[in-house]
Design a protein around this ligand. Structure first.
Ligand code: PHE
Length: 451
C-alpha cells in the first residue's frame, strides 16, 4: 500500500503545497483580529515564541509520523500504537467542525468581492455595512452556499494539480500585495500608534487567555493537530529535508500573518482616531477596516478587488484541503464513491454551517456558552479538540514510541539540528503547557473563573 502512495516531486513541491494549505483565512482574517483583541504586541510575542518552539516541534512530529507510517491520521496513530487509535479519530473531527464555518466566512469574502467588482466599494466602507450584511436573514446563506459549492466542485473533479500550479503564481502575488497594503496602511495619519500597539508587548495585558488564543491560532494557522500534516508527511519523499522544510513553511505562514496584522491594526487606529475599543471587533475586523483603507487609496477599487480575489483563493486552497480530508475519511471508512461522498459532505456542511451563518442575525439570541455559533465552533475546535490531539501526540511521541523513533525518521534526510529542542518540547514543555491551558480554558468558559 505504502508503495502506491503518490508523493510530492521534491522539496519545493512539498513546501508550497503545505504552505498552500497553511496559508488561508487563518493568517489574513483570524490572526489580526486575535492580535487586536488580545493586547497587540504581547500576543505577537507569545505567538512567535510558541511558533518557534511548539509549532516547530509539533509540525516536525506530525510530518515525521506521516512519513514514517506512510498513512493518514486514522491509520497512522493506530500503526504507531493501537491504544492511540482514538487520537486519529478526534483529529479527523476537527476538519469536520472547521469546514462548515470556514465556508461561511468564505461566503463573506465572495460577497465583498462582488461588491468591489460592481464598483460599490463606498458602500462596503460605510459603518454598519458588515453588521447589516451578516445579520440579514437570507443573504449570507446564499454566499455561503456558493462558496461551499465551489469547494465541493473542485474536490469532486479533483483538479488539485491545476490548483497547485495556480498557487505557485497566486501565493507570491498575495505576499506582494499584503506587503504593499501594509506599507500603505502605515503611512496613514495616526497609524503609528497602531503600529506601536501591534509590535510593543505590554506585559500587563498578558494572561492565560493570551496563551490559549495564541496556541489555538498556531494550530489553526499551521493546520496542526487535525491530521493534515500527517497526511502531507505521508506523501513526502524520504530524501527531502524535513527540518528545513518545516522552517520554510513556518516562515511563510507566520510572515503572511504578521503582514496581515500590519495591514489591518494600524489602519484600525487611523480610522478610529486611536480608540482601542475599535480593536475588539472580533471576526469582523478585516471586513470592517479594509474596505475603509481601500476607499482612501487611489485606485482602491481595483486594489481591493485584486485583494479579495487573492484572499478568496487562499481560502479556497485551504477549504479544498479541508474538504478533501473529510471526503477521504468517509470514502475510506464506508467505501462510498467520491461523488456520493462529496454530495453527502456538502449536505452535512450545509446543515452544520447554517447555524454559524445565522448566528449573528436570526439566531443571535441563541448562544452556546455565551458565544455565537461560529465563535463556538471555532472555540471548540481550536481551544479544545486541537490541544487534546496535540497533548496525546506529545505523550505518544515522548513516552510511548519515544522521540528517538521520529528523530531517526527526520535524520533520514539530513542532520536534525534542533533535536534537543524537539525532545524537550515534546516531552516536557508542551504537555505541561497544554494541560494548564486546557484546564484554564474550561474553567473560563464555564464561568468558574473570570478574566
Ligand atoms: N491553516 C488554514 C488557515 O490558516 C486553515 C486550515 C486548517 C486549512 C486545516 C486546512 C486545514 O486558514
Amino acid at each position: 500500500m505504502a508503495e502506491k502512495r503518490s508523493s510530492f516531486t521534491g522539496k519545493l513541491g512539498f513546501v508550497l503545497a503545505t504552505a498552500g494549505s497553511a496559508v488561508g483565512l487563518g493568517n489574513i482574517w483570524r490572526f489580526p483580529y486575535l492580535a487586536a483583541q488580545h493586547g497587540g504586541g504581547i500576543f505577537l510575542l507569545v505567538y512567535l515564541v510558541l511558533a518557534l518552539t511548539f509549532g516547530f516541534a509539533l509540525m516536525c512530529a506530525e510530518i515525521a509520523i506521516g512519513r514514517k507510517t506512510g498513512l493518514s491520521a486514522i491509520g497512522a496513530y493506530k500503526k504507531l500504537d493501537k491504544r492511540f487509535a482514538f487520537t486519529g479519530i478526534i483529529a479527523s473531527l476537527v476538519p469536520i467542525i472547521i469546514l462548515p464555518y470556514y465556508s461561511v466566512i468564505g461566503g463573506w469574502i465572495i460577497k465583498y468581492l462582488s461588491v468591489f467588482v460592481t464598483g460599490n466599494m463606498a458602500e462596503a466602507a460605510q459603518d454598519g455595512f458588515f453588521d447589516n450584511f451578516i445579520s440579514a436573514p437570507t443573504e449570507p446563506i446564499g454566499w455561503f452556499l456558493i462558496y461551499l459549492a465551489l469547494t465541493a466542485l473542485v474536490v469532486l473533479f479533483g483538479v488539485e494539480k491545476g490548483i497547485e500550479k495556480v498557487s505557485k503564481i497566486m501565493m507570491p502575488v498575495l505576499v506582494v500585495l499584503t506587503v504593499f497594503i501594509a506599507v500603505y496602511s502605515l503611512f496613514m495619519p495616526g497609524a503609528i500608534d497602531g503600529l506601536l500597539y501591534y509590535i510593543t508587548p505590554d506585559f500587563s495585558k498578558f494572561s492565560g487567555t493570551t496563551v490559549l488564543a495564541a496556541m489555538g491560532q498556531l494550530f489553526y494557522s499551521m493546520s496542526l493537530a487535525m491530521g493534515i500534516m500527517i497526511t502531507y508527511g505521508s506523501y513526502m519523499k524520504k530524501d527531502v529535508n524535513l527540518e528545513s522544510s518545516v522552517k520554510q513553511i513556518e516562515l511563510f505562514d507566520t510572515g503572511i500573518a504578521f503582514f496581515a496584522g500590519l495591514m489591518i491594526i494600524p489602519a484600525v487606529f487611523a480610522f478610529s482616531g486611536g480608540d482601542e475599543s475599535a480593536l475588539g471587533k472580533g471576526p469582523g475586523l478585516m471586513f470592517v477596516t479594509l474596505p475603509k483603507v481601500f476607499e482612501s487609496m487611489p485606485g482602491g477599487s481595483i486594489i481591493g478587488t485584486v485583494f479579495f480575489i487573492l484572499v478568496l483563493f487562499a481560502a479556497l486552497t485551504s477549504s479544498i484541503s479541508l474538504m478533501e480530508t473529510v471526503v477521504s475519511i468517509f470514502m475510506d471508512k464506508f467505501g462510498w464513491s467520491r461523488k456520493a461522498t462529496c454530495i453527502g459532505v456538502f449536505a452535512g456542511c450545509v446543515a452544520l454551517g447554517l447555524p454559524s451563518c445565522l448566528g449573528y442575525g436570526v439566531l443571535s439570541d441563541v448562544t452556546v456558552f455565551g458565544m455565537a455559533f461560529l465563535d463556538f465552533f471555532d472555540f471548540i475546535s481550536n481551544s479544545v479538540l486541537m490541544p487534546i490531539v496535540a497533548l496525546v501526540t506529545c505523550i505518544l511521541v515522548g513516552y510511548v514510541i519515544k522521540p528517538k523513533a521520529l528523530i531517526e525518521e527526520i535524520e533520514l534526510s539530513g542532520k536534525f539540528k534542533r533535536k534537543t529542542l524537539f525532545t524537550i518540547v515534546i516531552k516536557y514543555i508542551a504537555p505541561v503547557c497544554i494541560v494548564a491551558i486546557l484546564i484554564f480554558s474550561i474553567l473560563e468558559t464555564t464561568g468558574v473563573i473570570k478574566v
